[in-house]
Design a protein around this ligand. Structure first.
Ligand SMILES: Cc1cc2nc3c(=O)[nH]c(=O)nc-3n(C[C@H](O)[C@H](O)[C@H](O)COP(=O)(O)OP(=O)(O)OC[C@H]3O[C@@H](n4cnc5c(N)ncnc54)[C@H](O)[C@@H]3O)c2cc1C
Length: 490
């Protein structure tokens, strides 16, 4: 029987204890609501599972950044020799030590998260939630089913990696959900997919001394500026990471020696090929976790395994909202999920009217040479403003610290995509080089505040940094002048 209005167990039940759900639940409690947060992780096909905190903490941003850092440190040790450090050049990473360090950090974050929820009086329920009606949910717990009623629900269930529909994909392949806790060295790895997750994983695997190959069906870094995306791919190729272009996998089988035989096909020539690998990593996209929710019981409609919401994160059912990766058509990033979750709670319980602004969100691809951007890609700027309405300022540059170890500067490049006339409002900034996220974060605030080319080039740089290169941009693509630098300090 449906609960009587006003007699619910909770004001708010949040389904999903990841970045979006936790931020929303904690903010709602601080604004006086009685809140429960359900979180449940289904194990991967090879049995990997993890604690509360969602994708970012357990199998996303955090372990990824730590492994990227491990890989950069290996590179730094080699560079140190050029700077005069006496280092043994036979340095080798210990995969199991790295995994246990990363996992220990994650476990400590899981612990802090649970303590924080207890302190903030959010009831954490380790159960899989599914709707009975629009005010009632059943949580499947270890100890049995529990029925929970609430005035309001927030769906923040996020997503999980997809597996391709080919023989052997699920039996023998792994995904990013398994990689960061893998109990053996990945070895020679086929990374299928050239989105940011695939490229980042291939990048740190190479830096750690393994042999990744990236298989690309169509384009690299879909959704990103394609000139920058191709530079990222070339910079990886230069480091010895091969790309199998226009290629799709056909099957994976396990050989007697334990190696994985992957058959594949070039989609342009139709030519088939095969190779053996120690690991096959699927990075072919993610799907929203709508299936277990029984959304039809609550009347919530879905769209391509996601949920469509309005500008207040409301679904088509009045008391049910959705935030984070599960919503359709918005950036799938932790800070987006956190801010949207927090703002939703403030609107629901804090009397706020502030809506989430999903535009001009900065992001970074943590490849060996990092790429960060904010605002429009060059192609989107041209689409929106016409080729005649857009001016692109660009330049190659040479990071000072690259000279002594003679690191390649070939792909250190940046550009500002701007209005062609008038104030020359900056539409987008793109940077390929060291510490890209740190460089772009501040510029993101400037861009959101209406940055113009005039302001950018009249900003005094910090020397010698790579971020200052944005203040030195003077060559437009349209001019056809050579964008390679002549001098460093004048
Ligand atoms: C490898 C990788 C690297 C990434 N790197 C970055 C990065 O560098 N920067 C960045 O900003 N973002 C990054 N992301 C994206 C980021 O992790 C996500 O955008 C973010 O975690 C989304 O948060 P969320 O709360 O929407 O979902 P999630 O964090 O996925 O949380 C959803 C939670 O709900 C649980 N759940 C699902 N269904 C139910 C149910 N029916 N009942 C109960 N619980 C349920 C899930 O198990 C999960 O714990 C990365 C992602 C991956 C996979």
């Amino acid at each position: 029987m449906a609960p009587v209005e006003g007699t619910y167990d909770y004001d708010l039940v949040v389904i999903g204890g990841g970045s979006a759900g936790l931020a929303c639940a904690k903010e709602a409690v601080q604004n006086g609501a009685r809140v429960a947060c359900l979180d449940y992780v289904k194990p991967t096909p090879i049995g990997t599972k993890w604690g509360v905190g969602g994708t970012c903490v357990n199998v996303g941003c955090i372990p990824k950044k730590l492994m990227h850092q491990a890989s950069l440190l290996g590179e730094a040790v080699h560079e140190a020799a050029a700077y005069g450090w006496n280092v043994d050049d036979k340095i080798k990473p210990d995969w199991s030590k790295l995994v246990s360090s990363v996992q220990n950090h994650i476990k400590s974050v899981n612990w802090v998260t649970r303590v924080d929820l207890r302190d903030k009086k959010v009831e954490y329920i380790n159960g899989l939630g599914s709707f009975v009606d629009r005010h009632t949910m059943v949580a499947k717990l270890k100890s049995g089913d529990r029925t929970i009623t609430a005035q309001t629900f927030v769906i923040a269930v996020g997503g999980r990696p997809r597996y391709p529909d080919i023989p052997g994909a699920v039996e023998y392949g792994i995904t990013s959900d398994d990689l960061f806790s893998l109990d053996h060295e990945p070895g020679k790895t086929l990374v299928v997919g050239a989105g940011y997750i695939g490229l980042e994983c291939a990048g740190f695997l190479k830096g750690l001394g393994y042999e990744p190959t990236v298989m690309v069906r169509s384009i690299v870094l879909r959704g990103f500026d394609q000139q920058m995306a191709e530079l990222v791919a070339s910079s990886m190729d230069e480091r010895g990471i091969p790309f199998l272009r226009k290629t799709v996998p056909l099957s994976v089988t396990k050989q007697d020696n334990g190696k994985l035989l992957v058959k594949y096909k070039n989609t342009e020539t139709g030519e088939e090929g095969e190779d053996t690998y120690d690991t096959v990593l699927w990075a072919v996209g993610r799907k929203g976790l709508v299936e277990d929710l029984n959304l039809s019981n609550a009347g919530v409609t879905t769209f391509k395994d996601k949920i469509q919401v309005d500008t207040k994160e409301a679904t088509n059912v009045a008391n049910i909202f959705a935030v984070g990766d599960i919503i359709y058509g918005k950036p799938e990033l932790t800070p987006v999920a956190v801010l949207a979750g927090r703002l939703l709670a403030r609107r629901l319980y804090g009397g706020s009217n502030q809506r989430m602004d999903y535009s001009d969100v900065a992001t970074t691809v943590f490849t060996p040479l990092e790429y960060a951007c904010v605002g429009l890609s060059e192609e989107d700027a041209v689409k929106q403003h016409g080729a005649d309405g857009v001016e692109v300022f660009h330049g190659y540059y040479k990071p000072t610290e690259f000279f002594i170890p003679q690191k390649s500067v070939r792909y250190c490049y940046l550009k500002a995509v701007a209005e062609r006339t008038g104030d020359q409002r900056v539409y987008g900034l793109h940077y390929l080089g060291p510490v890209a996220g740190e460089v772009i974060q501040g510029f993101a605030a400037a861009l959101k505040s209406g940055l113009t080319i005039n302001t950018l080039i009249n900003t005094v740089g910090i020397h010698p940094t790579t971020a200052e290169e944005f203040t030195r941009l003077s060559i437009t693509k349209r001019s056809g002048l050579d964008p390679t630098p002549a001098s460093c300090c004048s």
